[in-house]
Ligand binder design. Structure first.
Ligand code: AHR
Length: 502
């Protein structure tokens, strides 16, 4: 049987302008993300800074708009001072988060040099585990103050005359998690975020601050945590964070797909909690959401994946090998993110390379694209402009966790500046193709189809390996535009992207 789905999109009905920060990633001092990932002096492609050019090129192709750094759980024991200044003077320390040895040969200025080369915005985080407002204000002074003070002059003495001008800052990481170095109660953390946010905005009023939400929707303190934290630091912060890792523990593709619905509930719930806090104050301020860690992650989750014996340097950790179904689920999450563009203003695919990453490397060897690379690269390339509010008519399928959920997940984005319209469509039926028709209203009759691709494979478990990237987008065989009616036949279990222009 062939499924049918019809969609009405109207240029006059939008969710919101899509914030390009939605398509960020994450670099943590963890496993081989930094060392052996973006930084590997001595690698055949390394430049004078030790940056792997093969990874840099793949990063540019992936197209993230913002990258969060330096953690993650690592952050909560990190002393930023260890990672600046002459490399020979930097201390070697134990990293308690990942039971590794941190050499500090890569730090703030190396990251800033790398990210400027990649032409991406930085998102920094301050340690609110072992440290607090004092460290945060000094670190911000080091990064953003022009000069003439102890910390800004220290930066200049390290060879960085111009301020780094980092706008986006996270106040700690997953502070509710018992695994976190110096985890806090909501009350303790709320006060810490309030005072840290206050002094950071005194140092540089232009910064945007994110308070830590729950480390996942399943935490026992979820929702109450968000409420109490925001109730305490509401005036000081601009965003609240969400972390969402999607799992396929029961090896059931239907339940796996439903993890995407859980993300949609999560976003809407946190927005509602933030608005409830605003309501108690009769405040018009809207706290926005930053999904600053998200991905598929369930295979490399065992004790051996998170910790190696001894205190190794940059051991392989969380080296998840992504298969085709992971790419489909990741595409579904991207659609949900775009459709929540009115409240979700930033996102970080965790992480960038090797550690649950879209890019894999061999230390001393090549780099390649994992399956999840492709839907993410499609979103960064085509997700520009205003997200259109869609009317979607589609069949559904039953899941245990979320009840009936739609076969078709779709988002459409219109860019008034360029006239480009992008349609993202995921067919979640594993055995039926789908006839999709999209009525693109209010965009004129002169629409042209400029590009159409599909990501499809018969085997949900197929993977990309070094030298064999079998999962990659192909030209779409069955898509056409007739006036404002766009039609396409979507293969079963396929991720599809159509780019049209007025
Ligand atoms: O991304 C891997 C880890 O997952 C991060 O360090 C932590 O914040 C989360 O639990």
């Amino acid at each position: 049987m062939t499924l049918k789905a019809s969609v009405i999109a109207d240029r006059d009905f939008i969710v919101d302008k899509l914030d390009r920060r939605l398509f960020g990633t994450f670099v943590e001092h963890m496993g081989r993300c930094v060392y052996g990932g973006i930084y590997e002096p001595g690698h055949a492609t390394a430049d004078e800074h030790g940056f792997r050019q093969d990874v840099l090129e793949l990063t540019k192709e992936l197209g993230p708009t913002i990258v969060r750094y330096p953690g993650g759980n690592f952050l909560s024991g990190y002393d930023w001072e260890d990672g600046v200044g002459p490399k020979e003077n930097r201390p070697v320390k134990l990293d308690l988060a990942w039971h590794s040895t941190e050499t500090n040969q890569f730090g703030t200025n190396e990251f800033m040099t790398w990210i400027r080369k990649a032409d991406i915005e930085p998102m920094f985080a301050v340690n609110l585990g072992t440290r607090g407002p004092d460290e945060a204000r000094h670190f911000l002074e080091y990064c953003n103050h022009p000069g003439g003070t102890y910390y800004s002059d220290l930066r200049i003495s390290h060879g960085f005359k111009e301020p780094h001008d980092i706008k986006f800052w996270c106040l700690g990481n997953e502070m509710d998690g018992p695994w976190q170095i110096c985890a806090k109660t909501a009350h303790e953390y709320g006060r810490l975020a309030q005072e840290t946010g206050k002094v950071m905005k005194w140092v540089d009023p232009s910064v945007e601050l994110t308070a830590c939400g729950s480390s996942q929707r399943l935490m026992p303190t979820y929702a109450r945590w968000e409420y109490e934290v925001l109730d305490t630091c509401f005036e000081q912060v601009d965003y609240i964070s969400l972390h969402h890792y999607m799992r396929n523990d029961g090896n059931d593709i239907k339940e796996f797909f439903a993890e995407v619905e859980a993300l949609d509930y999560f976003i809407k719930e946190v927005a509602a909690i933030a608005d409830a806090v605003a309501a108690t104050r009769r405040s018009k301020k809207r706290i926005m959401l930053s999904l600053d860690e998200w991905n598929v992650w369930y295979k490399a989750h065992g004790p051996d994946d998170v910790k190696k014996p001894g205190w190794p340097e940059a051991p392989p950790l969380l080296e998840e090998i992504y298969n085709f179904e992971d790419a489909l689920v990741l595409g579904g999450a991207l659609i949900v993110m775009m459709n929540n563009a009115d409240r979700l203003k930033a996102g970080c695919l965790a992480q960038l390379v090797n550690v649950i990453g879209p890019i894999m490397t061999e230390t001393g060897g090549p780099a390649w694209r994992q399956t999840i690379f492709h839907p993410f690269a499609d979103a960064t390339k085509y997700g520009r402009g205003e997200v259109l509010r869609l009317k979607v008519d589609t069949t559904t399928f039953e899941t245990k966790s979320q009840g009936a959920i739609p076969h078709l997940l779709t988002a459409a984005v219109f860019d008034p500046e360029t006239g480009a319209v992008s349609v993202f469509a995921l067919n979640r039926s594993t055995d039926e193709e789908m006839n999709l028709s999209v009525d693109l209203r209010g965009l004129g009759a002169g629409l042209k189809l400029e590009a159409a691709t599909e990501l499809h494979h018969a085997d949900l478990k197929a993977v990309n390996t070094k030298g064999a990237e079998t999962i990659r987008p192909a030209a779409h065989p069955a898509a056409k535009i007739d006036g404002q009616q766009f039609t396409a036949t979507l293969k079963p279990q396929s991720w599809n992207v159509f780019s049209l222009r007025v």
